[in-house]
Design a protein. Structure first.
Lengths: 272, 285
């Protein structure tokens, strides 16, 4: 169980999409998000959904994982749907009793906004499903490099990400050990209300924090003794390279974005 | 004299900021290239401070530390020193930076600005020198303590050092992990001629060194070959340090009047000497 935690949401299979340059995937994801916001008809959404399914298929990612990514947001999606359904004014009344009034317009808008949210989340989770966290942080480091001119710590952020990912399993193991040690001495982490349980966490968190700081000190010293002196003059073992597939992917997304823009111009306001 | 020394300490003193007494006071020592030197001492004796002074992590309050001809006082030379004198630390977890073994080995090379094409062969060489090449793509947390320490050694080896400083590198390992790490470092010492400074509180490990420095209260109390050092049984006891069991036994027997020589370290030594005592004629005939 501890072994796959480092990977987060990452679904480790080999596919064309997995092999794409993380920089390209990040840029394309941003383009996709823009497309989702630009689309304003169901035709556009059908196109975007088709695109998502196509990428999902190419990436060898099971469709249920994409749906699973939506689960944490299900309440927000439902609330968005209900608020839009009840609060949007419209003329063609479908149901009306007491203070509730559902019109054709409100129903369509509710559907529209919930779909938009779902498409956004599904698209971005496709990025994290097909890109390992390390590749993501590498890609972000490169993309944020221009911001170094305004003293944005791009390299440091990526290094912090790497170290965090490296130490997640170590700290989890340690949490487990401390928890067992405290339980052996009669600590109870499971019963009582939320306040009691939160209080029970203190004897777990304090030693964990102390040791995390000690580790940080040790690691800083070990890094220094291996000549670490920041990002300057540093070379990389993993060099990001764009391949032909990256440019093909760029072409596909550019086509998608163009279609969405055209759809926005010609089908404006036409929901169906 | 100073020029042939790999590491030389000249009247070195060091005091931690909040401490009232110095961690090290007036230490002088010289370590020749290719030597395997053990620094033996119990907790708080100042032996770890010594390691950090040699790696230029600390600069001495007084005196000079010269590593491969570079004085650790000169800030510009710090990276040169650290490249040549690699250090392995006590906690195997807290010195691995990357999420994949080979990337961790690459860490030092990346910091030195070694071109990418050159890195892969150097990493492969370093990993096979510590016999960890099978694990190049593993995640560090799936390895045992001894394996992690070997990865740490590979990370240093890739930088082609002249000295390896092991700061209690085996203290947190189980017996088999300890043996694994010590054997690896001894092999590197013999085959590649890398100078080793092995800091430990295990006398069995120190007994394998060419030379031992016994450090207590920030001073080198005894210095010499293992046989010489362990013959000071009483002094070692006073410093709360053990001597190898056979050395202790031979000392006790000597006190009882048996004419055993000093400097017996192993069971084999003991058997030989006792045989000589029992039938001295054997060798004569």
């Amino acid at each position: 169980m501890l072994n796959n935690i480092t990977m987060g949401q990452y679904y480790p299979v080999d596919s064309v999409i997995h092999r794409l340059d993380p920089r390209m995937k990040l840029i394309l994801s941003i383009a996709y998000i823009v497309a989702v916001f630009l689309a304003n008809s169901f035709a556009g959404y059908i196109l975007l959904a088709a695109f998502l399914l196509f990428v999902c298929h190419m990436a060898n990612v099971p469709f249920r994982l994409l749906l699973k990514g939506l689960r944490p947001l299900r309440m927000i999606i439902v609330i968005t749907f209900l608020l839009n359904l009840f609060l949007t004014p419209g003329d063609e009344v479908w149901i009306s009793f007491w203070i509730i009034r559902i019109t054709r317009e409100s129903f369509l808008q509710a559907l529209f906004y919930s779909l938009r949210l779902a498409l956004l989340v599904a698209g971005t989770s496709l990025l994290t499903l097909t890109t390992s966290p390390i590749a993501l942080s590498d890609g972000m480091e490169v993309l944020l490099t221009p911001l170094k001119k305004i003293h944005f710590p791009a390299h440091e952020l990526a290094m912090m990400m790497t170290i965090a990912l490296r130490f997640i399993p170590t700290l989890l193991e340690e949490t487990d050990k401390i928890m067992k040690a405290q339980m052996a001495r009669g600590a109870d982490f499971e019963s009582g209300n939320i306040l009691v349980r939160a209080k029970a966490m203190v004897p777990l968190l304090v030693p964990l924090f102390v040791s995390a700081f000690r580790r940080a000190g040790d690691l800083a010293m070990a890094m220094e003794s291996r000549c670490y002196h920041g990002g300057e003059g540093r070379t990389r073992l993993r060099v990001l390279k764009t391949t032909r597939n990256d440019w093909i992917a760029l072409g596909v997304v550019a086509l998608l974005l163009t279609l969405i823009v055209l759809e926005g111009i010609f089908l404006k306001g036409v929901l169906f | 004299m100073q020029h042939d020394a790999m590491i030389s300490l000249e009247n070195v003193s060091f005091t931690y900021e909040e401490a009232s007494s110095p961690a090290l006071s007036d230490i002088s020592a010289s370590i020749r290239p290719g030597e395997f030197v053990a620094v033996l001492g119990h907790n708080g004796s100042g032996k770890s401070t010594l390691a950090k002074l040699i790696n230029a992590l600390y600069t001495p309050a007084e005196g000079n530390v010269v590593v491969c001809g570079y004085n650790t006082r000169e800030e510009k030379l710090v990276w040169e020193i650290r490249r040549r004198a690699g250090m392995i630390f006590q906690n195997p977890d807290n010195q691995i930076v990357a999420t994949v073994v080979k990337e961790d080995v690459a860490f030092g090379l990346e910091n030195l600005g070694v071109p990418t094409e050159e890195m892969l062969p150097r990493i492969e060489q370093a990993l096979s020198a510590v016999r960890m090449n099978k694990y190049a793509d593993s995640a560090p947390h799936t390895l045992s303590g001894g394996q992690k320490q070997r990865v740490a050694i590979a990370g240093i080896l890739a930088m082609e050092p002249s000295v390896i400083i092991a700061d209690e590198a085996t203290a947190m390992l189980d017996p088999s992990g300890r043996k694994e790490v010590l054997d690896t470092v001894r092999m590197l010492n013999r085959t590649k001629g890398i100078t080793v400074l092995w800091i430990t509180h295990f006398m069995e490990e120190a007994a394998l060194a060419d030379r031992i420095f016994v450090v207590t209260d920030g001073k080198v109390q005894i210095e010499g070959t293992p046989a010489e050092v362990f013959s000071h049984v009483e002094e070692m006891r006073e410093m709360h340090l053990d001597v190898p069991p056979m050395t202790a036994l031979s000392n006790a027997l000597r006190m009882e009047g048996l004419p055993l020589p000093a400097g017996i370290l192993t069971v084999e030594n003991m058997v030989q000497e006792v045989e000589k005592l029992i039938c001295p004629s054997k060798s004569a005939i």
